[in-house]
Design a binder for this molecule. Structure first.
Ligand code: NOJ
Length: 736
């Protein structure tokens, strides 16, 4: 359709039809009996057949047959034959499930994220989905919050790069092309910072923190072309996001020039009433629309009140028309007026879903997302004849329920036991079922402890793999937790097996950093498996046996204890930082009973190779007196001093040593993954740009001359450092 035709269509619509276009419901809410996954409270909503005929979009219909049926029936009834837009939560894969986003964050690989999104788009487009509610760009610092699993982690730069890659993967070059879908970035804004990590709780952060830390990833997704934005459940500066004019109009539309639809989160228009930010549905509709919400998800305050609001002059027809035009434009960009079914086809579903090719990609990407946290020379396993059996136990050892949340389309993946049996002769594995051990919080708290003689069953093994962690349903939306330790019986099992003289290899399944300090001393190796998706067991077996060398690096810090939370690497400087000179003083910023640092920091992860860093060089050496240059660079030599080929993630951090506002102790400004053969060295060079040294202050991006500490290393607490004085004129010739 041309722009002119779209405008003509818009002007032929009644107000009632426009309001319905601005409404998204699940099929059951507007007259279809198809069962779709419920992703929020069941409000029992039903709409009048007249409204139903003009509804704009559908939530979470997940198969081609239902989609084709609903679209066909709808087109018979809609007075203007406007196709429905089908949207769903495709978060880390559709049928082929990839690692949870927090794990994908550990891959430090935009390519992997792009590829996972591409495959997810192809598989879901075959089932008739046009818009995916991903990526979740919410920065996270609090592992008590269940949805950290959906985030790429605690760092603005990593989060931004991976969100952009995700949008590119979902959308491809052209969202109307086969296998492409529109991407809806969420939850705007700062949903990842709920007080106390409690789901849906208040978010209260300063504007400087909002802009410097929380907003960049949403912005990156939008700059990558994301076609939709979802509001958040939380408040920002005490105004719920869905009615937050500063966020939706001033920042999103005016500053960032975003001109595609904004959708509310699930009933978040209606929840303005519960927030106490609107006294009734009339006011909730008014405030959301005026702030900049175009589509209302799973509530009907727009259809109920727009006429009255217009009659009372509380809103203008222009506001409604702008919103509807944005929706029609997106439908047009997807090519739905010409082909309302787009890629939906049962045959395409059969060909694409869980195809061998997709599973191979999932296995490779999963292996790149696990993080080796500890290794006392026990991994990779050396399985040679006569070396005894490998013990295997733990609640997740044979469990196929290791996909992670948001995998409603499919329930099970390859278990660790199955994966190991594909790599090692099953005869070489001694598996013992230990039961659930209370690994699921919502399960039975009286689960029996492992019996005292349990570990004696492994008398034919020196080494026992224990697959422990938290149940996948204990993470995700509504999955906040105050206690982050393994269940007492899992800890007991680990101690007992260790005390029986076995080397324990802990494979840790979780959707968040858990509090594992109490059991680290009892483990010879720890592999953080997160939830790696369909190919979990195969990917883990690849790593455990050394077919693949671990390369994941933590995208989120692991606390010693929940009492430290939030503990994140890029925290602000204080007036009394702890350092070697004041280590004996009481009056420094620290805990009396626990280190200030995390147990495992951002960027941390081991490899079977051994990498060394040397020769940090900055060019020009002293920029204050150096001649004008178009380029400041920092380089380091990375050497693989082992015999094992491996991949290292070289990380560039910068600290602004003095500024007009307090700046973080360090910020990731670049990273580079290098593959080094055993014995090989490589020089890795980063360009330092003005953008990297700039920050938001009072709503504006600013650069201030001064000294900066340039740090390059293997993780956020192990770097080579050099100080450099940098003035703005150095960048005058900067080539972008
Ligand atoms: C609520 C969640 O917050 C959001 O992420 C999701 O996309 C919607 N429900 C729809 O399922």
């Amino acid at each position: 359709m041309t722009q002119k035709q779209l405008s003509q269509l818009l002007s032929s619509m009644t107000l009632e039809e426009k309001a319905a276009q601005m409404t998204q419901l699940a099929p059951v809410n507007f007259g279809f009996n198809c069962i779709t996954p419920l992703t929020g409270p069941d409000t029992g909503l039903r709409v009048h057949p007249k409204t139903a005929a003009s509804i704009g979009s559908v939530l979470n219909c997940d198969n081609a047959e239902d989609m084709i049926y609903i679209q066909t029936e709808h087109l018979k009834n809609d007075p203007h034959k406007i196709p429905l837009l089908f949207m769903a939560d495709i978060i880390h894969g559709f049928k082929t499930i990839f690692p949870i986003p927090l794990a994908l964050g550990c891959s430090f690989s935009p390519d992997s994220v792009r590829e996972a999104a591409r495959i997810a788009a192809e598989e879901s487009a075959a089932s008739g989905i046009h818009v995916t509610f991903a990526p979740m760009a919410d920065l996270v610092r609090d592992p008590r919050w269940g949805r950290v699993m959906e985030s790429f982690g605690e760092d603005p730069l990593l989060n931004s790069q991976l969100c952009a890659a995700s949008v590119e993967g979902y959308q491809g070059e052209d969202i109307s092309a086969p296998g492409c879908a529109a991407s809806c970035v969420k939850h705007f804004a700062a949903y990842g910072a709920p007080e106390g990590g409690r789901e849906y709780n208040t978010v209260d952060i300063s504007d400087n923190v909002l802009r410097n830390s929380y907003l960049p990833a949403y912005r990156a997704a939008i700059d990558a072309g994301a076609k939709m934005v979802m509001t958040a459940f939380n408040t920002v500066d005490l105004v719920p996001s869905t009615a937050n004019k500063k966020l939706l109009s001033d920042i999103l539309r005016t500053e960032w020039k975003f001109n595609s639809p904004v959708i509310s989160d699930y009933n978040s228009v209606g929840e303005l009433i519960e927030h106490g930010a609107a006294k009734d549905g009339y006011e909730a509709a008014e405030k959301s629309l005026v702030a900049g919400t175009d589509i209302e998800m799973m509530s009907t305050h727009f259809t109920n009140h727009l006429q009255e609001l217009l009659d009372n002059g509380a809103i203008t027809e222009q506001m409604i028309d702008d919103a509807v035009l944005r929706i029609l434009t997106l439908k047009n960009e997807l090519g739905l007026f010409e082909n309302p079914y787009k890629d939906a086809s049962a045959d395409a579903e059969t060909a694409l879903h869980l195809s061998e090719k997709n599973r191979a990609a999932a296995r490779r990407i999963a292996a790149g997302s696990a993080v080796l946290l500890k290794n006392d020379k026990v991994l990779p396993l050396n399985i040679s004849r006569g070396s005894g059996k490998i013990g295997l136990t733990g609640p997740f050892a044979a469990s196929p329920y290791i996909l992670g949340g948001w995998s409603a389309g499919i329930k099970t993946g390859v278990s660790l036991y199955e994966g190991l049996c594909g790599k090692i002769s099953p005869d070489a594995i001694h598996f013992e079922d230990c039961g659930d051990l209370g690994s699921c919080l919502s399960g039975n708290p009286d689960i029996p402890a492992p019996d005292k003689d349990f570990s004696a069953r492994f008398n034919d093994c020196d080494t026992v793999i224990i697959a422990a962690g938290e149940h996948q349903d204990d993470t995700g939306e509504g999955g906040s937790k105050a206690f982050l330790r393994l269940s007492p019986n899992q800890e007991l099992l680990i101690r007992q097996v260790h005390d029986a003289g076995k080397r324990v290899i802990l494979i840790l399944f979780s959707g968040r950093p858990l509090e594992i300090a109490p059991i680290v001393p009892y483990c010879s190796a720890i592999l953080q498996a997160w939830f790696l998706g369909t190919e979990s067991g195969n990917a883990l077996a690849d790593l455990i046996t050394g077919t693949i060398n671990p390369s994941g690096r933590l995208s989120m810090s692991f606390p010693y204890t929940a009492g430290q939370i939030p503990v994140y690497y890029n925290h602000f400087r204080t007036g009394r930082p702890l350092c070697s000179e004041n280590a004996d003083s009481r009056y420094v910023s620290r805990y009396l009973d626990c280190p200030s640092e995390p147990l495992y920091c951002f960027g941390y992860g081991l490899s079977y190779s051994d990498f060394q860093y040397s020769n940090l060089q900055i060019f020009p050496e002293d920029s204050a007196i150096g001649s004008l240059t178009a380029c400041i660079t920092a380089s380091v030599t990375v050497s693989n001093v082992s015999d094992t080929d491996g991949c290292e993630t070289v990380q560039l951090y910068i600290r602004d040593l003095s500024a007009s506002i307090v700046r973080p102790v360090m910020e990731l400004k670049g990273f580079s993954k290098v593959f080094l053969k055993g014995g090989e060295s490589q020089t890795v060079t980063f360009r330092i740009t003005k953008e990297m040294l700039s920050f938001y202050k009072d709503g504006r991006k600013t650069f201030e001359n001064g000294s900066f500490l340039i740090m390059i290393g293997r993780n956020s607490s192990d770097t080579l450092n050099k100080e450099l004085y940098i003035t703005e004129h150095l960048f005058e010739k900067e080539i972008s």
